[in-house]
Structure formats: C-alpha cells, structure tokens
Ligand binder design. Structure first.
Ligand code: ATP
Ligand code: MG
Length: 395
C-alpha cells in the first residue's frame, strides 16, 4: 500500500475518559500535533475508528518525528506502524518484512504476535491471525523463536476495515491533556531548577503558559536573563510560543534594604514579586499564578513563609511541586530537558540581596508592618515601568 509515507498510531490516554467532551479534546489534540509538526511538509493528522493517525513523507526521520509527537501533551503513546491491505496473505508477508527490518537495529531472539480484529467481517479470527502471522515471521526470520511469556519483541497486528497495521514498539508520551483545554497560568520563572518544571507540569494539564521573570539589573547580568529565555525556549518545545515578561526589582529591593529589617528581605521581595506577577496576570488574562515553590526546601519556603507569600495576592497560586522531593524534581527536569540549562551558574535577584539570617517563621503582622514603612503602590508602579516583553518560539 502506501509505503512512500510513515504512519504513526497515536493513543490519547486520559482523553478517552472525557465522555461527552471527548470529540473536543481529540480535536484539540490533533490541532496540537499539527502545530508541533508544522515544520514538516506534507504531514496529515486524521482520526479514524477511535484512533489518531499521523502520516508524514518517508523522507523524514522516524525517530525525530516520533520524538516530536511524543512531546505533545495528551499523547499517551505512539507506535510506528506499517499500513497495509487488510488481507491475510499481505499481513503475513509484511509482518515478516517488518520484523527483518526491526532486527537490523535491535537484538531480538524471541517474539510473539498479538492480533486484534477491529473489523469483525474480516474472515480470520484474532487468535488465528496471531498464529498465522507468527508462523510467517518464524519462516521469514529463521533465527527467531516464539516466547509468549517474556518475548524480546511483541509484534502487534491490528486489522481494520480499510487497512491493517503492523507495529512493534510503543513510544511513551507524557500523557496529560492538550494545551489550551485548561486556561492560562502565569509562571514566576527564575533561572533555577524548579520553576521550569512547575510550568511544564501545569502545561501538561492543558494550561497555556505565560512567564514572568524578575531581575536586579545591573546587579544581575544580562546573561542571567538570557538563561531564562533559553529555559523558556526549551519549555516552548512543549508549550508552543511563550511570552516572557521581565521586571526590574532593584528599586524595590533597595527600598526594603533601607527601610525594613534585614532578615525580612527575602519574604518581602517575594511578596512584591507575587503582587507584580498578579498585576501582569490580570493584564494578560491569566487565570492563576504558578510557582516552583516547595515545602521545606529553603528558608522562604517554610509553611509560615508560604502562608505569608500567599497572602500577598488574590489570584489562586498553583504550586505543583509543593510535595516533591528535590531529587524527584531534578529527575523530572532531566527528563524534560531543562536541567542542564538550569544548573548553569548565574545569579538570581533573590541571591543578590540574600540576608545572612532570613526569617524562617515570618509573622504576617510583622511583615505587613514592614510593608507599611514602604510606599508599596508607588514602588510597584515604578517597577511596572521597567516591564519588557519578549516572545519565545520553539526552535
Ligand atoms: P527555582 O529553582 O524555581 O528558582 P528555588 O528552589 O530556587 O526555585 P526560590 O528561589 O525560593 O526557590 O524561589 C521560589 C519560587 O519563586 C521559584 O520557583 C519561582 O517560581 C519564584 N521565583 C524566584 N525567583 C524568581 C525570579 N527571579 N523571577 C521570577 N520568579 C522567581
Ligand atoms: Mg531560585
């Protein structure tokens, strides 16, 4: 049949549970797959008999295509498939060819065939399809033997009305829900390990992402801000285009330094960040704020610190990493590809003015009192004047 093109079968895990809304979620997912593959010419994404199929010209690299599809949220797994005629002889012949091809790149000694007959009018029943296909593969690939319990390779045969599919591996996607199905969040994005992971986790649940970064230029360098843009670019590989707003906090930090107790610097700065992020979130129609905060990790992230931080804003604050251990966050950062960039050593605005002994159990009344020594509104408005917005697209 059409072997001048690659065929992928895409399975959408959780979307299958969405009942009445399923068509909507599937449409969104297909749209996202199309967007993720827009740099390839001649890609076709279609839905047929409950599965999503992606076709692309054979000239493109299979692994690269599979990798790009696997990054689309909502994709549970992908299989590279051979699309052939629904005809028993063809299935047998092509299955043997497919296996021979596979054996060129993988060490396979044992296999089994699993067959599924979606088209009940097909004259051969599933167990028989499996048996006959298995026999053909054995004949075509003499060194192989069948192991139904623990095979090196499972060969799937899926017989459908218009065509049949042969495939072996399932490449796992990240699951989740298609972007754009769950509002928009404003991530407070530092250059650290945590906040990019937090953004990724919310995006995985279908939330569009916009980012807010605070710097203390000239105390923090332009390179530090570039690093945040680089991280955003990695994220945009999953989330598509992301707007990054940055604001200079230096005047605020200096005002705090001159007027408030030194040990409150971090928590007071954090509250200003939240307030400014909230203003921007409202201005750019974001539904929530997102941070990479985590309970207990550092001095400002004690329960009391988080309560006092939370109190600064009205918008809900999502903290998807709140209960993660650091090692698990680092693992996830590796997996999504932000880790190496995050550990590059650049100063963050919080570290520039880090107090020697930050207050670990701030009392809200004390913090509010300290803020009353400042003209918060004027400081925020002045900081907002430094707002710069950059649009980051995926590579
Ligand atoms: P991260 O690895 O995300 O920097 P962290 O463990 O260093 O987190 P903190 O420095 O206490 O923790 O920051 C907690 C959260 O506050 C960050 O995850 C981020 O959401 C936000 N934040 C901190 N610094 C900045 C900044 N310069 N710009 C924007 N948001 C920031
Ligand atoms: Mg940090």
């Amino acid at each position: 049949m059409e072997n001048d093109k690659h065929t992928f079968i895409v399975r959408c895990g959780e979307i299958a549970l969405k009942g009445m809304n399923k068509p909507y979620f599937e449409r969104m997912l297909m749209e996202r797959i199309r967007k993720a593959l827009r740099h390839y010419d001649g890609v076709n994404v279609r839905r047929k008999e409950g599965l999503i199929f992606v076709n692309a010209p054979a000239a493109y690299d299979v692994d690269k295509l599979a990798n790009d599809i696997s990054k689309v949220f909502g994709v549970a797994s992908i299989s590279y498939a051979l699309e052939i005629e629904s005809d028993m002889e063809t299935i047998q012949e092509k299955a043997a060819e497919y296996m021979l091809d596979l054996m060129k790149t993988r060490k396979i000694n044992t296999f089994k065939v699993e067959a599924k007959r979606a088209d009940k009018t097909f004259p051969v029943q599933s167990p028989d399809i499996a048996r006959r296909t298995g026999a053909a593969v054995l004949k075509g690939c003499k060194v192989l033997s069948v192991d139904v319990h623990d095979p090196d390779c499972v060969l799937y045969v899926n017989v459908r009305r218009d065509s049949s599919f042969i495939y072996a591996d399932k490449v796992r996607g990240f699951g989740g829900l298609p972007l754009g199905t769950n509002g928009k969040g404003m991530i407070l994005l530092s250059g650290g390990i945590d906040s990019p992971v937090a953004a990724w986790m919310m995006a995985k649940r279908g939330m569009m992402i916009e980012a807010m970064h605070f710097h203390s230029y000239p105390y923090t360098s332009e390179r530090a801000r570039e690093k945040v843009y680089d991280l955003t670019r990695i994220l945009s590989g999953y989330c598509g285009r992301i707007k990054v707003h940055s604001v200079n906090l230096i005047d605020i930090q200096q005002a705090i330094g001159e007027n408030c107790p030194a040990e409150e610097m971090t928590i007071l700065t954090r509250r200003f960040m939240m307030k400014i992020a909230e203003r921007c979130a409202k201005k750019y129609n974001c539904d929530m704020l997102i941070t990479g905060e985590n309970i207990g990790q550092v001095a400002s992230q004690t329960v009391q610190g988080l309560v006092v931080t939370d109190n600064a804003v009205e918008l809900p604050v999502m903290r998807p990493l709140i209960a993660f251990d650091k090692v698990d966050i680092m693992d996830l950062a590796q997996k999504i590809g932000t880790y190496e960039k995050s550990i590059e050593p650049f100063e963050d605005c919080c570290t520039v003015f880090l107090p020697k002994h930050p207050v670990t159990k701030p009392k809200l009344e004390n913090i509010l009192h300290s803020e009353s020594l400042l003209d918060c509104e004027a400081l925020i408005e002045k900081a907002m004047e430094t707002l710069e917005t950059v649009v980051i697209d995926p590579e």
